[in-house]
Design a protein around this ligand. Structure first.
Ligand SMILES: *Cc1c(COP(=O)(O)O)cnc(C)c1O
Length: 365
């Protein structure tokens, strides 16, 4: 058979659920340009290279890569339990918190079950929901680009099995308040799991924002999702975790990809916890940079939602793709969401300056 004939006879039956799965659009690498340094600020990565102590641990661990990792992720789980003041049986790790998110779908949703979350929010949500054969119920953000929790509570039906609360919200930035989440939880049936996705927790400075672990202590139907990808700078190693009630955490461990979290990732995560104060200084610098960028953009006349994360949201509406093209032209790869807005990661100072320049030029075009 020729390649063409083979394609024409491609008759393998695939799950219909796949038709509803939007293809993930990864952040493009910054276009290489001869005249200017390019910056990729489209994936909310940490701009700092690994700390030498973490890199050393990774290099040592790499000499063992002919071996499988510890499948139970024992040392990291115990360390997290100690750091977070919870018991080890409340923790479940995964290949990034997106990996844990997929496990959360697997343990809660049968085909046709509903998952309620705000929109716009994290792009991975509709993908993992659709892949599970579950149904997304997207509740529009309010006028300040915040979660509309009363509307989310109204959207819960007897088919709802899972609610995803992204705080701070990717891509818009605001955090969910502790008091409003408490009111929301009072309206959620006890058999519906509410996931508090805190991927950007360490960048938050809003005193009234919810702390997932506080909520977890009071509500058995809450799970907290955390990651080493953003503040800890380990995006490329794929390690995240959930903290939940032991029964939920145990179910998550059952649904994990066996040996999914590599030994290198497990050791790097522990080494990062060892130097968390050094890493926190970097986070503090990024927060200062975020505040500088937000102030500069406000000065230019932009209305920017309150960002508690390592990115800013420019609500550009119909101008979104034009702005992204102008940024690209200036050597800055941002993340456009067509018709809605642009998300730009707070990165090294020169990249942030570039964003401020591009935004100014765009307003004066
Ligand atoms: C980046 C991000 C994650 C983390 O992804 P990993 O799989 O841990 O790299 C989770 N949730 C949100 C909202 C994010 O933006």
């Amino acid at each position: 058979m020729t390649v063409e004939q083979e394609r024409a006879s491609d008759t393998v039956a695939l799950r219909r659920a796949l038709d509803a799965v939007p293809a993930y659009r990864p952040g493009k690498p910054a276009a290489a340009r001869a005249d200017v340094t390019s910056y990729k600020v489209s994936s909310n990565e940490n701009p700092y290279p690994p700390l030498p102590s973490v890199l050393k641990v990774v290099q040592e661990a790499a000499t063992q890569m002919n071996r499988y990792p510890d499948m139970a992720v024992t040392a990291l789980t115990d360390r997290l339990a100690q750091e977070l003041n919870v018991s080890a049986d409340q923790i479940a790790t995964g290949t990034g918190s997106v990996g844990v998110l997929a496990q959360l779908l697997q343990i809660t949703c049968d085909p046709g079950d509903e998952v309620v979350y705000a929109w716009r929010s994290f792009e991975a949500y509709p993908i993992v929901v659709a892949l599970a054969g579950a149904v997304s119920v997207q509740v529009p953000l309010d006028a300040d680009a915040r979660h509309d929790l009363p509307a989310m509570a109204d959207a819960i039906t007897d088919r709802t099995r899972l609610v995803l609360v992204c705080t701070p919200n990717n891509p818009t930035g605001p955090a969910v308040g502790a008091a409003e989440l408490e009111e929301f939880l009072a309206r959620v049936p006890r058999d519906v799991l509410v996931v508090v996705d805190e991927a950007y927790l360490e960048f938050g400075r809003d005193e009234s924002a919810v702390r997932g672990l506080d909520v977890l202590a009071r509500h058995s139907n809450v799970a907290v999702l955390r990651t080493f990808s953003k503040a800890y700078g380990l995006a490329g190693l794929r390690v995240g975790y959930a903290v939940a009630q032991p029964r939920v955490a145990e179910a998550l461990r059952k649904a994990a990809t066996p040996f999914g979290v590599s030994d290198i990732a497990q050791r790097a995560a522990i080494a990062s916890l060892d130097v968390r104060h050094e890493l926190q200084e970097r986070v503090d610098d990024l927060v200062a940079e975020r505040d500088r960028v937000v102030a500069a953009l406000a000065e230019q006349g932009w209305t920017i939602p309150d960002s508690q994360a390592n990115f800013v949201w420019l609500p550009l509406g119909e101008d979104t793709l034009d702005f992204a093209a102008a940024a690209d032209e200036a050597g800055l790869t941002v993340r456009p969401f067509a018709g809605d807005g642009v998300r730009a990661t707070i990165a090294e100072r020169a990249a942030n300056d570039r964003l401020i320049e591009v935004a100014a030029a765009f307003r004066n075009r």
